[in-house]
Ligand binder design. Sequence first.
Ligand code: AMP
Length: 427
Amino acid sequence: MTNEMKVLVIGGGGREDAMVWALAKSPRVSEVVCAPGNGGIAQRARCVSVDQSSLSDLLRVVLAEQPDLTVIGPELPLSLGIVDELQKRGLRVFGPTQAAAMLETSKAFAKDFMQRHKIPTAGYAVCKSLDDVKRELKHLPPAVVVKADGLAAGKGVILCASHEEAIHAAQSIFSGDLLGAAGAQLVLEELMEGPEISFFALCDGTTAIPLACAQDHKRIGEGDTGPNTGGMGAYSTDELMDAPTRAWVMEHVALPAVRGMRAEGTPFTGILFIGLMMTADGPRVLEFNTRFGDPETQTLMMRLESDIVDLFDAAIDGRVSELKLRWKPGAAACVVAASGGYPGKFAKGIAIHGLDGGLDAKYDGVEVFHAGTALQDGAIVTAGGRVLGVTAAEVDLRSALKKIYAALQHIEFEGMVYRRDIGHRAL
Ligand code: AMP
């Protein structure tokens, strides 16, 4: 644990840009490298290319860079077992092992695990065939959710109003056309109702502490309409969840999860992202993710006043219970500017105006995190569906949003779309 640390971040989206931004602020960090990064991250850190779907290529980059600490952003490298490979070689890495990441990579594993450890979640059945589905539906109410077992980048969850719809959904998942191997088995689940909250716990294999909560906006359209996306915006305020409820979630979800994983021989280290639905019967787990969320992370990084490296170190060294985290009081929000046509087909390589060369040169207190951008002949162009995450932390949500939407007036690229109602539920 030196004060001249070189940190390597794996990933190349808005979440990673926000983590790189936070790492660059740390007095303990002397160099940040990001693989593969993106057009905006390249202005904060040195970027090196990597194929994130190849374990050997990921390993090649880490071994070549020899960082003091590697931080894994997305789920794909976790699912491939990059953390296990680095640990085997005695390298410091933040994130769960392949076995621990199963809380995210297999919904069937996660549901069975929750049942084993009495963690509150919707009633369910794991099905391997259409016959299983038809049999299990008899024990479920008409409204159900059909979920592909494996990683599906948000595309594997289908809400169904009737058993007939559920059978259709199951057929499309099992056919493999929709999701390939991720659909080899599926989870049928009772449909729940209520607002959703993203709860983040920092885990060190033995215990966990809560981070700030956030809420994201998954739908493309204002008023939460239209198809699902990776997330069109998010906000984080202290009021999202009161202290007794946070304590309840720690006691009934986060701590049983960490203790359960340890008891089963697969201790969980990293971020446990608990997707909660606040039902009339209390909080219920919708899903676990095993890394930071995107775009929730952008808001969390701007609220975090503690040194991010201290969080990573404490998790790796089994000391999270000693951490006293400091958060900026008030609120943070992130509004995503997306390519026209997203989440369907969209064009790439479109010039982005209004960034003014240096990030945030003009926008006091606003950070423009880059998600899908690339550097082309010295200019920043679009390179993905979600392009930018315009983010601010202020004394309250209204002030944060005001700054963000003012900045968005100056940023433009052909076809750019963003939601004007981020945070509306809290206002
Ligand atoms: P998941 O990937 O499991 O979190 O599901 C994605 C989204 O589908 C969630 O954020 C919810 O909006 C919705 N969803 C998942 N499971 C349920 C459920 N049991 N009841 C109602 N909505 C659900």
